[in-house]
Design a protein around this ligand. Structure first.
Ligand SMILES: C[S@@+](CC[C@H](N)C(=O)[O-])C[C@H]1O[C@@H](n2cnc3c(N)ncnc32)[C@H](O)[C@@H]1O
Length: 348
């Protein structure tokens, strides 16, 4: 088997949170090196199916090789997960038992010498997950106004020196490479201090902005809930506070029956809970995992389960009907019935 350079994090915790079962149908929205996907396929065998999505064509290539033994039960798509629902409809892959998001970058991308994600290697300021996209980090650094740059670095990097960094960038640009930018930030911040390089936050901000990471995550989470069948699981691993906040707030909102502002005399929103939290507290890696894989140290896993809704109740009834003697005697086919039902309820 091909050895992936990316070590998946919280693997057992993820499998448990997804409640992976033989014959189950799963979506890995962030396929990466195929680490989580391999374990999902192993544990859902026999009969398991996996739809793997990644915006990076290189990741798809790597994962395809790694998952070769499961080629009959996998569908790997080079797409952005912001189009999750459209992908599932296109390939008729719904409803599903579990959906995984393992956000951020893989080691394959961080270590890639030409991708521009890291200041450990000198490379063009690129940072695109998908090389077909037009906007690069160089475009942002060299064309945004000082105010826009400062706001971006502050918002997406939570960098307290954002104004100084933006000011210096505008003075010295054009800036073409990762090391050029890292050195400029080092100078502005008074050199390296502590364990975290002073350019870390600005690089994070640029990467988030280039790939619209936060907007895409919000949009995809909403779509994911609609794709889950009854008791289907949604599992998200995030690596920084901005992502984790989005996931936490999304799950909190979806677990509440009413989301009217506090003080509203009686409910006017009509919102109903669609999820139940699996773990009240966020799951983080054990010390032993962090020791073996230091990149796992910031991982935070949140998981929720799709609640029964009226549609799901219908789904369960048809599941029961399908296996009943009367249905079998009439020669009704289970897949046809389920397909019809899915069409009725999921496209409503
Ligand atoms: C941390 S890695 C996943 C690693 C994977 N779980 C494994 O075990 O190998 C994150 C992956 O998500 C992909 N990704 C990030 N944002 C994406 C998006 N909006 N759409 C599709 N893929 C995305 C990245 O290209 C990267 O390959």
């Amino acid at each position: 088997m091909l050895k992936s350079a990316h070590t998946p994090v919280l693997v057992e915790e993820t499998i448990r949170a997804l409640a992976v079962q033989p014959g189950g149908r799963y979506i890995d929205c962030t396929l990466g090196g195929g680490g989580h996907a391999t374990t999902i396929l192993e544990r859902s065998s026999p009969g398991g199916q996996l739809l793997g999505i990644d915006a990076d064509p290189e990741a798809i290539k790597t994962a395809r090789t790694r998952l070769e033994a499961y080629s009959d039960s996998t569908l790997l798509i080079n797409e952005n997960f912001v189009n999750l629902q459209a992908i599932c409809y296109k390939y008729d892959f719904l409803p599903v038992h579990g959906i995984l998001f393992d956000l951020g970058l893989s080691s394959l991308q961080l270590n890639g010498k030409s991708r521009g994600f890291s200041f450990q290697h000198d490379a063009p300021l690129d940072m695109r997950l998908n090389p077909d996209q037009e906007l690069t980090a160089a475009d942002i650094v060299n064309t945004y106004s000082e105010t826009e740059l400062a706001r971006l670095i502050k918002t997406y990097g939570e960098e307290s020196h954002s104004r100084r960094i933006a000011g210096r960038i505008v003075q010295v640009r054009p800036i073409k490479t990762t090391l050029q930018l890292a050195r400029i930030i080092e100078q502005v911040s008074g050199g390296k201090r502590g364990r975290i390089h002073p350019a870390t936050k600005t690089f994070q901000a640029l990467r988030i902005s280039v790939n619209r990471e936060l907007e895409n995550l919000e949009a995809a989470l909403k779509q994911a809930v609609d794709l889950l069948g009854f008791e289907g699981r949604l599992v998200v691993i995030s690596y920084h506070s901005l992502e984790d906040r989005i996931v936490k707030q999304f799950m909190q909102r979806e677990t509440r029956d009413c989301i009217c502002p506090p003080g509203t005399p009686s409910c006017v929103c009509g919102h109903t809970a669609r999820l139940r939290l699996i773990n009240k507290r966020v799951i983080t890696p054990a010390a032993a995992e962090v020791q073996v894989n230091p990149r796992s140290r910031s991982a935070r896993l949140r998981a929720a389960e799709r609640l029964s809704t009226q549609e799901d109740e219908h789904y369960k009834i048809v599941e029961r009907l399908c296996s009943s003697a009367a249905v079998k005697a009439n020669g009704w086919k289970r897949p046809t019935l389920l397909k019809k039902l899915r069409h009725v309820f999921l496209t409503a």
